[in-house]
Design a protein around this ligand. Structure first.
Ligand SMILES: *[C@@H]1O[C@H](CO)[C@@H](O)[C@H](O)[C@H]1NC(C)=O
Ligand SMILES: *[C@@H]1O[C@H](CO)[C@@H](O)[C@H](O)[C@H]1NC(C)=O
Ligand SMILES: *[C@@H]1O[C@H](CO)[C@@H](O)[C@H](O)[C@H]1NC(C)=O
Ligand SMILES: *[C@@H]1O[C@H](CO)[C@@H](O)[C@H](O)[C@H]1NC(C)=O
Length: 401
């Protein structure tokens, strides 16, 4: 198995499991992939076993990218690779309308009479084009307690076709896990099912894509939620321009969730309002010089470092569809220890005119379970699992197959 960290950038979203899984006789309850955080890029990396003969490929998890993108330039060799023929059902399933030819020797990524897509590599913010193809992948099933049998998907499309599993859940941390399918999702040490007791909020469709690769407007594949206000210590942060919190007719504004953004990014006026209010609520604690990319840092020797949910600082609530529904961010997810003495508020200034006003990033999501239910258009979130005395690294990866 290839294990060098030279990962070809595979942009990975919802798996297009539908046609492949339908043909298998074993019907798994749910599927699962282990995740690891890469300390250098801060991306969440998983591995997928693919091709014939089988190789293990590292891929980056990206909730916003639309397609699974495989870099076929890096010696893709597989006897089971099939290019999608132009005008075939596979191409229409993927919405790939453009036909292309290859003017050199055919290989995966350069085939005659195939259809083409324009995935955006959201990791490097660049657009590229790619052929649609399919190949064998192996993925573990799960009963929600342990990994189970490995399921082989014979014609796994490298693009996002209509999703069979409309529910998936991510749990990010130093290591973590993504489940494709409904709960239970059990975590050690007590084996509790963290799919119970989730708080739900509607997932909002942004009518305009925030990706850059599109010449015509398409609906965004990012996941938006409706933050209506922000509270610190259960008091509303004043002076937040609420029109920034809604998505306008050009697709600007609103709040999305991004696993490829390391820290939550706030539009400048929201950022300043939150920083000022947070500082007021920690007025007894001396600040120290801010450390980039952060704008507010405290002398951590004056803060109790480790309550069950991290440093003892005022909780930050993202208030959602009504006052009783909020995503509470505790110290473990709000504060970043950047040196022995500096503990910084882990939010970043997104500038005056970002496309999206609030981008909830990886650090704020860690050790929270997020369940995306695309059928019901809702997000279920757990808030900090530290409260339940577990973490995202605590799935039991011992196979019971
Ligand atoms: C609030 O934000 C909207 C959208 O960016 C902007 O048009 C408006 O001028 C802002 N209002 C204030 C008072 O800053
Ligand atoms: C932080 O506080 C401690 C104890 O109050 C003090 O000794 C130290 O100099 C402070 N550090 C900074 C960077 O201000
Ligand atoms: C708030 O929203 C939740 C979920 O949508 C709902 O169950 C609850 O009744 C609402 N509460 C109020 C006070 O509107
Ligand atoms: C993990 O699962 C395996 C297989 O079911 C089981 O034997 C083992 O005891 C579990 N580990 C813990 C720490 O519960």
């Amino acid at each position: 198995m290839a294990s060098s960290f030279h990962f070809s950038l595979l942009i990975f979203t919802l798996l297009s499991l539908s046609p492949a899984l339908a043909k298998s006789s074993f019907h798994p309850h749910a599927l699962l992939l282990p995740l690891k955080k890469d300390p250098f890029t801060l991306l969440y990396i998983t591995q997928l076993n693919q091709r014939t003969p089988l190789v293990s490929e590292n891929l980056a998890l990206d909730l916003g990218g639309q397609f699974l993108w495989v870099d076929c330039e890096k010696g893709y060799s597989s006897t089971t690779y099939r290019a999608a023929r132009c005008g075939s059902a596979k191409c229409s399933l993927a919405g790939a309308e453009t036909c292309v030819d290859c003017f050199s020797t055919s290989r995966p990524g350069c085939s005659k009479n195939t259809c083409e897509l324009f995935p955006e590599n959201t990791v490097i913010s660049a657009a590229t084009n790619g052929d649609l193809g399919s190949d064998v992948v192996l993925i573990q099933s799960t009963d929600g307690v342990n990994p189970g049998r490995v399921v082989s998907l014979h014609h796994f499309l490298f693009v996002c076709a209509p999703t069979f599993k409309k529910i998936f859940a991510i749990c990010l941390g130093a290591s973590g896990v993504v489940f494709f399918g409904p709960g239970p999702y059990h975590f050690l040490p007590f084996g509790q099912d963290v799919s119970t007791g989730l708080i739900y909020t509607p997932l909002i469709l942004n009518p305009i894509s925030t990706a850059t690769a599109y010449s015509k407007p398409t609906a965004s594949s990012d996941y938006f939620i409706g933050v209506t206000s922000i509270q610190i210590n259960q008091i509303t942060v004043p002076n937040i321009n609420t029109s920034l919190l809604t998505i306008d007719h050009e697709g600007n504004g609103g709040t999305k969730i991004s696993t490829v953004t390391p820290y939550t990014v706030l539009q400048t006026s929201i950022y300043n309002a939150v920083l000022n209010f947070f500082q007021n609520h920690l007025s007894g604690v001396p600040t120290v010089a801010a450390v980039v990319p952060f704008g507010l840092c405290f002398n951590s020797t004056n803060i109790i470092p480790s309550t069950r949910v991290g440093p003892d600082v005022p909780p930050i609530d993202l208030v959602l569809q009504n006052a009783t529904v909020f995503w509470r961010i505790f110290g473990a997810n709000s504060m970043v220890q950047v040196s022995d003495e500096a503990l910084c508020l882990g939010f970043v200034d997104g500038g005056m005119h970002p496309k999206t006003s609030i981008v909830i990033g990886g650090y704020q999501i860690e050790d929270n379970l997020l369940q995306f239910d695309l059928g019901a258009s809702r997000l279920g979130f757990s808030s900090s699992l530290l409260f339940r005395e577990t973490t995202c690294s605590n799935f039991n990866f011992t196979s019971n197959a």
